[in-house]
Design a binder for this molecule. Structure first.
Ligand code: PLP
Length: 400
């Protein structure tokens, strides 16, 4: 069987995702130093492109680092030491965000949902009523651990009405799920280059509202950090922009070039069309996995993630996760992930992000999953029926 499948594994994990072919091209092209007039022009183009994906007029920055660096930057520039921050969580990355805030010496009030659900609007209101001194709300848009898309517009609206700053982790949603930073009123929003944009890691887009910049300018926040201190970033944007170096350190210019191209690819497709593609592919994939007798970590279809499916395995398959993930990689060259934290022993996670949110990648993934489960004696429908279900669901979604 294995000789029919390609050599290089296909990345169907919840990020990093497969590179877009145009991103690969950039990575074999010219290497730029991270400053100078020629590079400066390119850098401003990166900001311009990601600003459109954030849908914002805010001043954005592109940081040389991982997602958590942006989350830390968000926290330390809205909350001072000892300030109270409310963290909403329904999975590992929400918990991680709360942990980051606690390391930044904020007093963190964590509000968790029941497993598989969102934090309800009522629970959030009640929590904010009990904590009128909270200064910020921090929340993950798309929880990569549980495959849940949280209702960010509603959360942000409630928080803004009470005068809180909002910091949103849009890491596994950016470029794959609806986002409207200005329309929703998000203060700090952290995007990502190598999940739904199919770029490479190392260039992190972060959108920062005028209110946050203003507080930084007026010296109302005192981050005990340098790399995540917006005062430092402002200084370089002001004083070194003319040198093509509007950031404090060296950056990996390949990562920035990749982000620019990846964002342009997304914009050429059209954001609405792209979000719709992710929704349709995810829904068809869920329909097919359901036909295979599998369930989901996310218990409410309305909040099912369009970019990551977390499949909850039936009890008889739970001890076999290592085997399932290993066989899919070894025999079919398809890389998926096991669950993480609370779902580590009960779930597998599959990303359908950017370039891979397409039948071209999802059909081989379904086939490999179905054949792998069949080899374990678990078969609720044939592989052919699972594939049929995928296409039928897609057809229905297409015709409305
Ligand atoms: C929702 C979410 N937040 C945060 C992170 C952490 O990103 P990084 O490892 O780049 O810091 C991830 C990574 O998978 C994620 O999916």
């Amino acid at each position: 069987m294995s000789q029919y499948w390609s050599e290089d594994p296909v990345l169907m994990i919840p990020g990093p995702s497969e590179l877009h072919p145009r991103v690969r091209q950039v990575l074999t092209g010219r290497f730029y130093p991270h400053y100078g007039s020629e590079w400066g022009e390119i850098y401003w183009g990166v900001e311009e492109a990601v600003r459109k994906i954030f849908r914002t007029r805010n001043e954005v920055i592109v940081m040389p680092g991982p997602g958590c660096l942006g989350l830390e930057l968000g926290v330390v520039n809205v909350a001072n030491r000892g300030d109270k921050v409310v963290a909403l969580t329904n999975g590992f990355f929400g918990d991680r965000f709360a942990e980051i805030a606690s390391y930044c010496a904020a007093e963190v009030v964590t509000l968790s949902s029941p497993p598989g659900y969102i934090v309800s609007i009522e629970a959030l209101k009640e929590c904010l009523d009990k904590n009128p001194d909270a200064v910020a709300l921090i929340v993950v848009q798309n929880e990569s651990a549980t495959g849940i898309l949280n209702p960010i517009p509603q959360y942000v609206e409630i928080a803004k009405k009470r005068g809180l700053f909002t910091v949103v982790d849009s890491i596994s949603a950016f470029g794959g799920a609806d986002l409207d930073v200005d329309g929703w009123g998000i203060d700090v929003c952290v995007g990502y280059p190598n999940k739904c944009l199919s770029g490479v890691p190392g260039a992190l887009p972060v959108s920062i509202s005028n209110e946050v910049w203003e507080r930084v300018e007026r010296g109302l926040v005192h981050p005990a950090t340098w790399m995540t201190n917006l005062r430092v970033w402002r200084w370089y944007r002001r004083n070194w922009a003319s040198h093509g170096h509007p950031y404090p350190t060296t950056v990996n210019t390949y990562a920035y070039l990749a982000l620019k191209v990846a964002a342009e690819v997304a914009l050429e497709e059209g954001l609405e069309k792209r979000y719709e593609r992710h929704r349709r592919m995810a829904a068809a994939f869920r329909a097919a996995t359901k036909a295979m007798g599998l369930g989901f970590v996310s218990k409410n279809e309305e909040y099912a993630s369009p970019t990551i499916t977390a499949i909850e395995l039936p009890p008889d398959l739970r001890g076999k996760i290592e085997h399932i993930v290993g066989k899919m990689l070894r025999d079919y060259r398809i890389m998926i992930s096991r669950g993480i934290a609370a779902t580590e022993e009960t779930a597998i996670r599959i990303g359908h992000m950017g370039y891979t949110a397409s039948p071209r990648f999802l059909i081989p993934t379904l086939t490999a999953l179905s054949e792998t489960l069949t080899s374990l004696g678990y078969q609720k429908c044939s592989t052919g029926d699972a594939v049929d279900t995928f296409y039928r669901a897609l057809g229905k979604l297409q015709t409305g």
